[in-house]
Design a protein around this ligand. Structure first.
Ligand SMILES: C[S@@+](CC[C@H](N)C(=O)[O-])C[C@H]1O[C@@H](n2cnc3c(N)ncnc32)[C@H](O)[C@@H]1O
Length: 696
């Protein structure tokens, strides 16, 4: 039911009573009880109109009663404090009944709380504050609900907090620090870790003797480590020190927490302290060695890719490696905002950087990958303020910032879910389990996860980039596709490049809000409109004749080959030499590839050489004008200027050339072509691999 416009901004004349609310809530709870194992829907990151997260403390807003809430209104500068009076009904969010100090009742829907938060379950009896709440008409008559999208807009209040009105302050249910500690231990044993953290926190608050606190900090550190709340775990671990040799445990925990945050240098320092106090600790030494290995990878980038590949399986996609980033740095780009720049000369084929994912759920079902990444981002940013600081600085597209994102208010980082979603859409990458497997024809198509790499997120797009990215599990490998000079901007291709400039720019505009000004797009804009139109028509005609398929085993009739050849020539003539001299001719790749396949089928090897070379040329590589000239295919990587485009099709063409040269008796050329194909395959897959993988 659409809401009547007159109601917007008004206090409803009638709202459901506490009894009415309880009656329907009971029905929902009963349904939930009947199917307790039903999968909990993940809230899709498709949200209503964006609004900013509250950046105020609950202590700085006017607390209003529930019966002053206005319909479809963000109550800026106001807040509510309520007690939860029912168990939650868990759907896309957690819906509970709440009551204020005056006995007004309402429904409260809390979305986007991670499983690590006690508020994902909203325990009955707890008191919560909602800052700047939104009051939504729920569809049915007199039915309203307080909706909380931003996780930091709702705060779990301690029972003893002076801000809690007297009548809501039933507790504390437990009185002494020891009682709370025991409750924490029970929750821990029941694996209810968020509740354990809550109880240990209450215990620390209730204990008056500071000497009793270190063991509680140790317990909370351990629980936070399990929850992946590394910032809190680190702080707790350090707070658990007593000045005794037993502090090795505190340093050990702090080291593990820093490791979890990929702060290997800090981790090493803590682990060194732990070793000093407990030199015989084999567990500590093992952690220390692990940490040293990460630091070595960060410094040298010398990965054992084969070992990494062998460790990969659908259950293990997160590899334990450090990120090698020191050859690149973030700086202002003339293309857009920030970009990534080389800090030293980088040779073609070398690793530009290798980065372990900051956030990447193990979810390869395309329909679920985006929602899983969104949920993980929200949870981890709430749980780790230091991560929120880094991630929330990334480019979010059109979403507006308040400037207070990630700031700690009321003890939690401000996390704006609309900003998170903007950052996700503009910065995440889709990835297969490994690019190597993905290039195999037998590979099941479409299994792609989504993840976020903070360093890589600073790369701007070019249709003719100087790097290529590949994946091994959650590790992104970026290799140079041409020699890169120190200070040069590093580009990558956001998506496979469409042959027609206007179509691909439409895609960039819609997806990322920009028009590409790479040498190819800029060059292509110099072509006359009439020629561009004709090229488009010619491409359609070529595709029609080739029947959108490359020739497979059977022989292609002569007439078809002649027709494609004729159309390809016509298409070639539609590329002005003065514009395309050093540029790819992407519309020609398809027919030239097709002709390679067609002539290969007929074992017409000299034609395979001719069209194979054309494929390379059409990708923008420098090739001999006359195919009988002697040349070194490896030179394509170093002599081709700044507008070539590296893809798996280049590798395939080089393999065909090798085969054809071999058949023609040009052994040396065959060897060089193969070398160039192997080199290209390394660029594509991220590490040296046997070309036969392309046939598997
Ligand atoms: C992942 S971010 C890249 C880093 C970004 N420049 C920044 O300041 O953080 C993606 C955004 O960068 C911009 N961008 C990327 N490549 C571009 C290009 N070639 N020209 C103009 N803007 C570009 C677009 O706004 C795009 O949505």
């Amino acid at each position: 039911m659409a809401i009547h416009g007159d109601l917007v901004g008004t206090v409803p004349s009638r709202r459901l009573s506490k009894e009415e609310l309880a009656k329907t809530h009971k029905v929902h709870l009963k349904k939930q009880d009947l199917s307790p194992d039903a999968p909990r829907p993940v809230k899709q990151p498709v949200m209503s109109e964006a609004y900013p997260a509250s950046t105020r403390s609950i202590r700085d807003v006017e607390i209003i009663p529930l019966n002053r809430l206005r319909v479809e209104t963000h109550h800026r500068g106001q807040g509510i404090i309520v007690k939860v009076i029912s168990p939650p009904y868990i759907g896309a969010g957690a819906v509970s009944l709440v009551e204020d100090e005056f006995g007004n009742a309402d429904k409260l829907a809390i979305y986007n709380q991670g499983d690590s938060s006690i508020l994902s379950g909203v325990p009955e009896g707890c008191v919560v504050a909602v800052k700047e709440p939104y009051y939504k008409h729920n569809g049915a008559e007199n039915d309203y609900m307080i909706c909380v999208d931003h996780p930091s807009d709702v705060i779990l209040l301690r029972f003893t907090d002076p801000i809690v009105p007297e009548s809501l302050r039933l507790g504390p249910l437990l009185k002494t620090g020891d009682d709370w500690k025991k409750a924490g231990d029970t929750a821990f044993l029941e694996k209810d870790f968020p509740t354990a953290v809550f109880c240990y926190t209450e215990s620390l608050e209730a204990l008056e003797d500071d000497n009793l606190k270190p063991p509680i900090h140790t317990k909370r550190a351990g629980t936070n480590l399990i929850l992946g709340r590394y910032d809190a775990a680190k702080a707790d671990a350090l707070a658990s020190r007593t000045g005794n040799p037993s502090d090795w445990k505190a340093y050990y925990n702090a080291g593990r927490a820093a490791y979890g945050l990929c702060e290997y240098r800090t981790s090493k320092e803590h682990l060194e302290m732990a070793l000093k106090l407990n030199a015989s600790g084999s567990g500590v030494r093992k952690e220390y060695e692990r940490c040293l290995a990460r630091l070595r990878e960060e410094e040298m980038g010398d990965y054992d890719f084969y070992a990494m590949f062998s460790l990969l399986n659908p259950q293990n996609v997160h590899l334990d490696v450090g990120s090698f980033l020191r050859r690149t740095a973030i700086a202002d780009s003339k293309h857009h905002g920030k970009g990534l720049f080389a800090t030293e000369d980088i040779k073609v084929g070398d690793i530009v950087f290798a980065e372990k994912a900051c956030l990447m759920p193990n979810q390869y079902e395309p329909a679920r990958a985006s929602a899983a990444l969104y949920a993980m981002m929200v949870r981890q940013l709430c749980d780790n303020p230091s991560l929120a600081q880094t991630v929330l600085k990334l480019y979010p597209g059109e979403v507006e910032r308040t400037g207070a994102e990630g700031a700690i208010v009321d003890g939690v980082p401000v996390v704006d879910v609309f900003l998170v979603e903007g950052i996700r859409t503009k910065n995440c990458f889709s990835l297969p389990l490994s690019t190597l497997e993905d290039t195999k024809p037998s590979m099941r198509e479409g299994r792609q996860a989504k993840g976020l790499w903070v360093h890589a997120s600073h790369m701007n797009h070019s249709c003719v980039p100087n790097t290529m990215r590949s994946f091994l599990g959650d590790v992104l490998i970026s290799r140079a596709t041409r020699n890169i000079s120190s200070g040069e901007e590093i580009f990558q291709q956001y998506v496979p490049v469409k042959p027609l400039a206007d179509l691909r720019n439409q895609q960039y505009k819609e997806g990322w809000g920009f028009e590409c000004a790479c040498p190819l797009c800029d060059g292509e804009r110099q072509s006359l409109e009439s020629i561009l139109e004709k090229r488009k028509e010619a491409l359609v005609a070529v595709e029609k004749v080739c029947n959108k398929k490359l020739p497979s085993k059977g022989l292609i009739p002569d007439a078809s080959i002649r027709a494609v050849d004729r159309l390809a020539k016509a298409l070639e003539d539609l590329h002005e030499p003065e514009v395309y001299d050093n540029l790819p001719r992407l519309t020609l790749i398809y027919p030239s590839n097709w002709l390679v396949g067609a002539h290969r089928g007929r074992k017409n090897w000299s034609k395979v050489v001719r069209y194979g070379i054309k494929v390379l040329r059409n990708f923008g590589f420098k090739t001999p004008a006359d195919e009988s000239e002697s040349w070194n295919p490896m030179d394509i990587y170093t002599e081709s200027g700044n507008a070539s485009l590296m893809t798996i099709h280049v590798v395939a063409a080089l393999r065909r050339l090798a085969e054809a040269y071999e058949a023609l008796g040009h052994k040396d050329m065959a060897k060089r072509s193969l070398e160039a194909a192997e080199f290209g395959y390394m660029l594509v897959t991220g590490f040296k691999n046997d070309l036969s993988g392309m046939d598997a």
